[in-house]
Ligand binder design. Sequence first.
Ligand SMILES: [Zn+2]
Length: 830
Amino acid sequence: MKKIYTASLLLFFSFNLLAQSPQNWTSADIYLAIKKLNVLGSVLYMAAHPDDENTRLIAYLSKDKLYRTGYLSLTRGDGGQNLIGDEQGIDLGLIRTQELLSARRIDGGEQFFTRAFDFGFSKNPEETFTKWDREKILSDVVWVIRKFQPDIIITRFPTTGEGGHGHHTASAILANEAFPVAADPAKFVDQLKYVQPWQVKRILWNTFNFGATNTQRDDQFKLDVGGYNPLLGKSYGEIAAESRSNHKSQGFGAAAGRGEAIEFFTATNGDQPKTDLLEGIDVSWKRVKGGEAIEKMVNDIASSFDFLHPENSVKSLVQLYKALNSMPAGYWRDKKLSETKQLIEQCSSLWMDVFTTEQFAVQTDSIRFNFQFNNRLGVNTTLKGFSVNGYDSSMNLQLTKNRNINFAKTFFVPSSKPITQPYWLENKMELGYYNVTDQTKIGIPDIEPSYTVSIKANVEGEDFTFSRNVKYKFTDPVKGELYWPLVVVPPVLITPAEDLKIIMNDNDKTDGGLSLKGMKRDFSGKVVALSEKEKTTLTNFSFTSPKIKFNTKGQVLGFDYSGKDIKSSTNVLFAVTDTAGKNLLTHDKHEIKYDHIPAINYFHDADVSMKVVKVETYGKKIGYIVGAGDKVPEALEQMGFEVNRLNQKELSKNTLDKFDAIIVGVRAYNTIDWLGNYYDKLMKYVENGGNLIVQYNTSNFISNVKTKMGPYDFTITRNRITDENAKVNFLKPEHPSLNFPNKITEDDFKGWIQERSIYDAVDSTGKFEKILSMNDPGEGQDEGSLLIAKYGRGYFTYTGLVFFRELPAGVPGAYRLLANLIALNRKKAF
Ligand SMILES: [Zn+2]
């Protein structure tokens, strides 16, 4: 609990843009933080996704009103579209988590999440709750409320559906449901080991005007949040735009707002405010017994604050710290005690840094920590010692003004030191939520740091313990000095060449490759194949040579495996044992790197899912035009097709006739500006007996398709079938797409994941054959998921069916149906 507390505080007071670097505040930041010591009010904003939150309001509440302000996003935004790469699901959630943390560093809010997984678009809250475990997510909301103890909650969306997305409505339903539950000591009793019941004063819905939907009314409570903060040199609209522009994976670069900005609110629980959001709540020190004296001390510190000499305030801050420390523990006293400690550190301008020059700390190897101290303003400070991971050292070192103190210490990383895994990925996840069993971790936004150093120092006569997370520090020639998380890794990483093996038809054999990376020198052992559950050796798998020896750090070795007697679907876990046979290493590491966020590393099992799929294919060569990025080409290769990825150069010089089919990757027409120039060439290819298959493209505010795609016009809509089990009706049961070379039946639509189709089309010319129809609960039949037209001697297909999701998941029916679409022209047969 204590750790969470400190971490969130650090976050709250980070004014710097660079996520991981040590923070030093300007005098203006410090002055605001001193003023804030006298504000004892808090607001929790609640919605469903990264980007739902009202950053202008959050900036105003945290930097003008100086309230403790939080944003609870139920999900990490794992679903939806990624405009900067091909990451989906968990990976995208990790990226958006970092983007959201960057946003909060700018607008001053604190970030929280629940376990809920953003599984993609949901049309209504009923559907949402069939995937989320409603009771678990409610428990998480209650937990965050009891821990954060907000005076009021503000929801972005209403319970009545005007928010559109089912997750949005669900977030408002859960907020209002949690209102009485959080205060009820008979509910979620297990939480009371750590927290107390908490009665929120009121819940307000922050109504909106999103153009098509205007829920703002004149009788609602109104508040101008468009002010200007001269200490920061920015209006709250400007801070909001900076904050919001961190959502780069969603393309939410935002323009800065200036001038009056009215927000509208209406109470959905508790009384309607008339003059102030926190009306009826005393936000001064009067709410704490014996707090009046503190208020006066803070006022004195603020009025005597010297912007050129913040260090002159340290003595009185230490006095304030002592006064707070002698008061009984309690929410606001504890909060302000920590804030005061942070202010003492910042006013002293103490530089305390602990870093490594390597990104990874390797189990069973050693790592060197570099310590750096500087008492830059010459405050009376003595360094007394530090402790990290069970190691303690003491010293008595008076720090002279602006002198660098450097020392280093090498630590052994035992095999028992856990790898640095995001806590929400430690257990296998469920369909609709992350499986987190440790109550105290719920709500924490970020990956927990691998090492935290406690630094003991005496400042102006008082002993303090400061803490620093150990970071990897390096200098990039272009970006300059960077701090990334230090990551604990196993001594060997195992990467299978493919994580899905499609074994075609009745062939029961397969072979594949692994690459092993030695993270330390002089590691020997052997590689084995295990059953995923029992971790017993699989005797039907063998290696050309299972022995391993790494001579240098970072060395990569390749291994071939072959398996036989594979009867049906099976999961194989590849592992490495060291020579002593003591440690079993089973992990692969995945790294996500983008310029705007620190590198993200997480681990997953080095397992391969082997699926026997009965699929007949026709044709051999496929041209693939890569769009926004998807894993369809890899799946086609598994099916035995030869895939040529067609870039502009390839497309311009190639004769396309050699391709049995050309498949256009997801959102290619949205993301490739030159693709429209090849319309004529592609149509000629179709006319001459080719086969062009276009996967979904979007029609929305970010990216409208401007060019033609097919021989006849059709309209891309925003219709989608989100129910992955929706019954599929065959409108043209005799059509070759449902018959050759694979007979498609209802069984082929079993086991689909997430959804059936997105951005379905409407045939506006009557030239297309509509093959399938399906519907979401309570809606009419949609006939636009698979449109096929004959043109000349060839075929054109537009499909919203989510092959890009189903193929990597190994869904057999998706393979069989795609094989049929590829066989449509049967070109070679004539
Ligand atoms: Zn949303």
